[in-house]
Design a protein around this ligand. Structure first.
Ligand SMILES: [Zn+2]
Length: 548
């Protein structure tokens, strides 16, 4: 095209544009609407994300400007049903909406602005790649839970591209174990599981949610266009030289797909016995049991009570060149050096029972069986324990004593169980009071607490009682707690208890007998922590469902 032709075409375009705008303005007047010509008014790029590009293209409407809580919406067809719905959606997010009629040319010009936005907001066309550099910078900004909340509230207005990096930085700095992204009717709720408790981290708008969903799906190799079936995936990031695995679970819901990210950070897992929280008197009795050459040790408690960590710490404690340790897990949560770990695959017939049989042919000294939940596994595990192997496993029972009736329910012969069982451990994780902000409490509960400790040896009760209450500061995200510790109860199988087990005893019978041997319940173990000012009665009651 030569210069003259170009000039002529431009001229024609100008005339055409002029006519188009006049027609649009007239139409707006007739409908009693505001009109705006975007040839003269710039579109604010930061406002574009309120309507995702695909949707904007479809309904030919765009957010031109955000002023305070007011959004100026430009629409080619303001009366269109879908346009009205989008306006309603934005209203429900707390915005006032001013609608302007725009010409098709104005709309096309505004739509062009999308190409200047960070790629993530465009949705499915991103690579999804994580910026480790960004994570490192963000980690410094997100050193407290309060900062994270502020950061998330800013995301809606500014840099939507970094949301995943914000999530991951927070997870690493604050030792968040899970990130929950829950789309609701009008917005998406973000919650973080911190020290076992879900904490509200704010909400994000739909476009931000969609952008992060696409990135997560791309990163973990999930199908972007599949939205109606659950999907599971994973990806890894590097932190301080360690591979941090992120397990992704996506579940279809009423208002979009729920996302849960589980962060498996090997730097965060504490595998030293002293970090677990066994009291000295208890560990002195327990250590000889886990060092026996054979028998079975059971750890009980609900999901998230720290059973796996306890067992890993035991294995690490026992691991030495002369001993062969094999595990059978579902799934392998952390890789332990010098230990052969395997994972069950029930769909391929590699179940706990099958796997245990195979493992026994590998001539191990110590076996970890992730969980015992069927008769066959219970049977093989008991026989392994009676034939020169030390077996560790978990059971989903409420308390340590419950392990015995549960095993009997699984058709274990009571005599076999009685001679195979070394110890049954019950445990919970309680949040520790934040040492930066805890304050002395009035001690009103001390007498009641002591009453609940009347049947335990005097020398175990702390001499100096210092009860504290939670306060909340920047360091603990305002929760008043920081970090967790285990509370425990252990049933040791004494000669008298062995005889009792052989008679198919009830829960109460076992408790009475265990008490004679100095059994302290995990509730009592927790109360001792309260008297030492490490946690609160409220926290112990929460995790044990017991009260003074
Ligand atoms: Zn604090």
């Amino acid at each position: 095209m030569d210069e003259l032709t170009q000039q002529r075409d431009d001229k024609l375009t100008d005339i055409h544009r002029g006519q188009e705008e006049s027609a649009c303005e007239l139409k707006a007047q007739k409908l009693g609407l505001n009109y705006i010509n975007l040839a003269h008014v710039p579109v604010e790029r930061d406002s574009l994300h309120f309507i995702p590009k695909e949707e904007a293209e479809r309904i030919r409407a765009i957010v031109i400007l955000k002023k305070g809580q007011t959004l100026k919406l430009g629409a080619v067809e303001p009366a269109n049903e879908e346009t009205k719905q989008v306006a309603e959606r934005l209203k429900s997010q707390g915005f006032n909406i001013e609608i302007f009629m725009i010409s098709i040319s104005s709309f096309k010009k505004a739509l062009d602005e999308f190409k200047f936005l960070p790629s993530q907001i465009k949705g499915a066309s991103t690579s999804g790649e994580i910026s480790l550099e960004k994570i490192e910078i963000l980690k410094k900004e997100l050193a407290t839970f309060a900062n994270l909340k502020t950061k998330l509230s800013q995301v809606n207005q500014t840099d939507t591209s970094a949301l995943l990096e914000i999530f991951l930085s927070a997870a690493l700095t604050l030792e968040v174990s899970d990130i929950h992204v829950e789309p609701q009717e009008n917005q998406t709720q973000i919650r973080f599981r911190l020290d076992g408790v879900l904490q509200d981290a704010g909400t994000v708008i739909k476009t931000v949610y969609e952008s992060v969903l696409s990135r997560i799906k791309l990163l973990s190799g999930l199908r972007l266009n599949v939205k109606d079936v659950p999907q599971d995936g994973r990806f890894t990031i590097k932190e301080d030289g360690a591979e941090v695995e992120v397990r992704v679970s996506i579940l279809p819901g009423a208002y979009g797909e729920y996302i849960v990210l589980r962060i498996l950070n090997p730097n965060a897992i504490k595998l030293n016995i002293k970090d677990l929280g066994f009291r000295d008197y208890l560990w002195q009795k327990l250590e000889p049991e886990i060092k026996k050459p054979s028998g079975i040790i059971l750890v009980t408690g609900p999901t998230g009570s720290g059973k796996t960590t306890t067992l890993y710490a035991f294995l690490k404690h026992l691991n030495q060149p002369g001993i062969k340790i094999i595990t059978l897990e579902d799934p392998i949560e952390y890789h332990l050096q010098g230990i052969d770990q395997s994972q069950v695959e029930p769909e391929k017939g590699y179940t706990f029972a099958q796997g245990l049989r195979s493992i026994l042919r590998q001539d191990p000294n110590i076996i970890l069986v992730g969980e015992i939940r069927d008769e066959e596994t219970a049977d093989v595990a008991l026989h392994a324990a009676l034939t020169g192997h030390l077996v560790f496993s978990t059971l989903h029972t409420n308390d340590a004593i419950g392990a015995i009736p549960r095993f009997l329910d699984l058709n274990a012969k009571s005599q076999i169980l009685a001679s195979a069982l070394n110890a049954a451990i019950g445990q919970r994780l309680v949040r520790k009071l934040c040492s930066s902000c805890k304050a002395p409490a009035d001690g009103d509960d001390v007498e009641k607490i002591k009453k609940n400790l009347s049947d335990i040896p005097e020398n175990i009760i702390p001499k100096e009682i210092t009860v504290y209450k939670k306060v909340g500061c920047e360091k603990c995200g305002g929760t008043g707690y920081k970090g967790r510790i285990g509370i425990y109860e252990v049933v040791f199988v004494s000669d008298s208890l062995e005889k009792l087990i052989a008679t198919n005893p009830s829960h109460q019978d076992i408790l009475t007998e265990a008490k004679k041997n100095g059994f302290i319940t995990m509730f009592q173990d927790g109360l001792l922590r309260v008297l030492e000012g490490e946690t609160t009665l409220e926290e112990i009651s929460r995790v044990t469902s017991s009260n003074v």
